[in-house]
Write a protein that binds this ligand. Sequence first.
Ligand code: HEC
Length: 149
Amino acid sequence: MSSTLFAGALVALALSMGASAALAAEGATIFADVCAACHGPEGVGTPGVAPPLQDPPLWAALGDKAPGFVAGVVISGLSGTIMSQGVGYYGLVMPPQSDYSDEDLAAVASYVLKDLAKVEGVVTPEMVAERRAAPLSHKELMAIRGGGM
Ligand code: HEC
């Protein structure tokens, strides 16, 4: 390829890396501003209030269903008994976070997966938009999640 094209490709690469770093930083900021009130700083969990989002075996068990699950939860919220890291979360309700944009929810959901749960997979704004158009019920989300983990 010509050197001009090569330079162009490098610029594009640098820009896309910058964009994904910016997205990750945005996800962390939204998490701290919105989700940490219940889930604790960096998703350590608050017994009696909201379960941890950091590294429970749940995420590994969900596998490639994890991105769809998180996208569904941020749009619909969640209720139903949850066992997480041996602690029960009973009778709690997570309110839907659907006032936030598809982009913001994708950024924060991807941050949860990558930085807190430490699993593969991203949530795109398109996935959030799809869930917004056809939200899952709490019952459906709990069926994806499975019970005691
Ligand atoms: C008002 C408190 C509150 C806020 C704010 C909140 N959550 Fe939750 N979240 C909960 C509760 C409570 C549950 C568990 C609901 C249940 O017991 O069924 C939950 C569950 C979850 C789960 C499922 C965890 C599991 O073990 O299955 C995810 C993922 C999640 N929240 C992500 C988020 C994200 C991301 C945000 C920020 C955009 C957020 N939550 C904001 C209270 C909250």
